[in-house]
Ligand binder design. Sequence first.
Ligand SMILES: C[S@@+](CC[C@H](N)C(=O)[O-])C[C@H]1O[C@@H](n2cnc3c(N)ncnc32)[C@H](O)[C@@H]1O
Length: 231
Amino acid sequence: MFDLSDFAKLTNSDSEDESDKLTNEQQYEEKQINVHDEILTIREFHFSTTNAGYVWPSTFFIIDYILKHSELFKDKRIIELGSGTGILSLFLKKKGFNVTSSDIDEKDVTENNQYNQNLNNVNYDHIPHTWGEKFPEDLNNFDIVIASDIILYVAYFEKLMITLRQLMDNKPGAFMLMSYKRKLYNSKRFFVLLTENDFEYEMVESKTWIIRKSQPNTTKRSKESIDNIVL
Ligand SMILES: C[S@@+](CC[C@H](N)C(=O)[O-])C[C@H]1O[C@@H](n2cnc3c(N)ncnc32)[C@H](O)[C@@H]1O
């Protein structure tokens, strides 16, 4: 079974030099990132077992999609899963969307999200929540789920399904917008599990998907068959 800490080592290794390997102290770096007409300052951090410390590429695809289809998201209550540094929620909040972020219940991740909110004078709710655990807020508070680059965690897919079902079961109109630019060879399992959990999915842009609960009595579950999914 793929071990998350191996993945963290792999992704951290690019930026490691010999001195990094000798210390367990967290290392931080602040960057200015231009996103459309906004300049955001984002603090990244190097050591995260779930890769929450860096800005990942799909963030920008989700932003583009939401801006292009803003009528679908305006006045909806959006929850981001796996928010990492918080850049996506930060940007959306600045643009006036009603967004809440959430990520694994780990101190470094939660603190960095709050730090980045302060750095950018933005304020939104962040929910520390590990997939599969009881959701700490009323699930009816959310209409739309968004997530960037979260299908790297094959070992946690079943738990992620629990969370997606909690957020989307029995909510007509609810959907998830998900994009990935990074994946693993067995990320396809995510789509297999979606079908098994009565979700249907449609690719709306390259590697960007809309996922909904299947309607009762639909035989055709997905517009893309799993065999056609190119990962
Ligand atoms: C590759 S990072 C992407 C971060 C951010 N969405 C971005 O695009 O910059 C994946 C995110 O999923 C979160 N994650 C991984 N496993 C999780 C779990 N079991 N429960 C909750 N969040 C998890 C990580 O903490 C991390 O923030």
